[in-house]
Design a protein around this ligand. Structure first.
Ligand SMILES: Nc1ncnc2c1ncn2[C@@H]1O[C@H](COP(=O)(O)OP(=O)(O)OP(=O)(O)O)[C@@H](O)[C@H]1O
Ligand SMILES: [Mg+2]
Length: 97
């Protein structure tokens, strides 16, 4: 059975000006896989990653990291960023997780 490091479940994000940047995004990223995000300008790649790292909070839906739903409060975001920072410094490669 696959182990997913990141999942999104019907994740949607709208900017304050009303721009609907992400609508019901469902993805599953398997642990250890190298993947690319490819899309035309404005398709939402950067917005998705800003939701991944907690700079932006989804309007609806869930982000799941290592099986746990990210709650986007300051305590859980601090824990998430510590995990990511440790992974980056150990790998010596420009790896996000
Ligand atoms: N701060 C913002 N306020 C309002 N709308 C925004 C903002 N940032 C991005 N958008 C809009 O959100 C949508 C997604 O943009 P985003 O920057 O995530 O796309 P992208 O795939 O990263 O594009 P690019 O390939 O140009 O980097 C676009 O319609 C964009 O115009
Ligand atoms: Mg971008």
């Amino acid at each position: 059975m696959s182990e997913y490091i990141i999942e999104t479940k019907d994740l949607s994000f709208n900017y304050p000006d009303g721009t609907k940047a992400l609508k019901n995004v469902n993805i599953k990223i398997e642990k250890g896989k190298k993947i690319s995000f490819i899309g035309v300008n404005g398709s939402g790649k950067s917005t998705l990653f800003l939701n991944f790292n907690g700079v932006l909070k989804p309007n609806s839906g869930d982000l799941v990291y290592k099986g746990d739903v990210v709650k986007y409060n300051s305590k859980s975001l601090l824990q998430l960023r510590k995990k990511c920072r440790n992974s980056i410094s150990r790998s010596r490669k420009p790896t996000f997780f």
